[in-house]
Design a protein around this ligand. Sequence first.
Ligand SMILES: NC(=O)c1ccc[n+]([C@@H]2O[C@H](COP(=O)([O-])OP(=O)(O)OC[C@H]3O[C@@H](n4cnc5c(N)ncnc54)[C@H](O)[C@@H]3O)[C@@H](O)[C@H]2O)c1
Length: 314
Amino acid sequence: MKILITGGAGFIGSHVADACIAEGHEVVVVDNLRTGFARNLNPKARFVMMDVCDPLLANLIDEEQPDIVDHHAAQISVPLSIEDPLTDAEINVKGLINLLEACVKHKVKKVIYISSGGAIYGEAQEYPTPETYNPRPLSVYAINKMAGEHYLHLYNHLYGLDYTVLRYANVFGPRQVSHGEAGVVSIFTEKLLKGEIPTINSYPEEPEGMIRDYVYVKDIVEANLLAFTNGSGETLNIGTCIPTSTRALYNEIGAQLGFCPQPQTSPARKGDLRRSLLKIDKAHEILGWQPSCSLTEGIAQVIDYYKNLLGEKV
Ligand SMILES: NC(=O)c1ccc[n+]([C@@H]2O[C@H](COP(=O)([O-])OP(=O)(O)OC[C@H]3O[C@@H](n4cnc5c(N)ncnc54)[C@H](O)[C@@H]3O)[C@@H](O)[C@H]2O)c1
């Protein structure tokens, strides 16, 4: 099949691109390198440097005729979405509509839409949270991801455009940037390798930090590959259903590195949820998917990646 991956120079999209190519698919990557990197691009993919808001996206889709569009491009920072809501809406809503219009016009068979199970449910009362829970988003990012899901349903209803929505938990793995607000595994690993003291953000009554559902990027990739041919019209949580506090995560990374100093602490940031944990039975039922990589194994991969990246500096 021919797969067009938006955001394919980013952390997750580039892993999806690699796996598609390894499976024998033809891949086109559309990315404006806003937060992605040329070094993540698979040389066997065709790379088109383009903004998803660009009207020329329709011409590209006409020219390429992809079977599947896998939409990973997004503004991904929760704090930034609150500071600058218009930019978030520009990319995450307007960019999506531009893409969907092009997909309908040029008869793309299916769109995989990446939503966020780690954000859209808000402070859910049901824990772990199933897809049937009524989302109560608590950030601009989460509202716009949720709006995106509605657009997918609408374009299916109006034009018959097939789709699967994947609601990711907190994804981690090699290539995740360590200088953003997300990606705490990368942030802790890089800082500890450099001998710096990381900071744990927490609410005063929960000093161990937030509870999160950390899922390794290879498992995320597998869910995408399965969704190419399964899960039509479905919305699926993709996580592990295993709760981990920021402190427990920190301790695991420190233990693997053999260097675990007392971390600094700082208040939770605007939009930080206290806990998030996804129920994942539906993805198993519909896609036959389940996570296979443990947090310990995944962290070992991230440590290897950072040791290579930082070279002799550590
Ligand atoms: N990382 C996570 O834990 C997580 C969790 C839930 C959902 N997601 C979603 O997964 C997707 C990928 O996230 P990621 O962690 O790989 O982030 P990332 O920042 O590494 O990847 C996003 C990519 O999109 C590109 N991009 C941004 N704006 C663009 C635009 N206007 N036009 C074209 N390209 C643009 C960036 O350059 C980057 O390569 C996003 O949709 C994100 O919302 C991520």
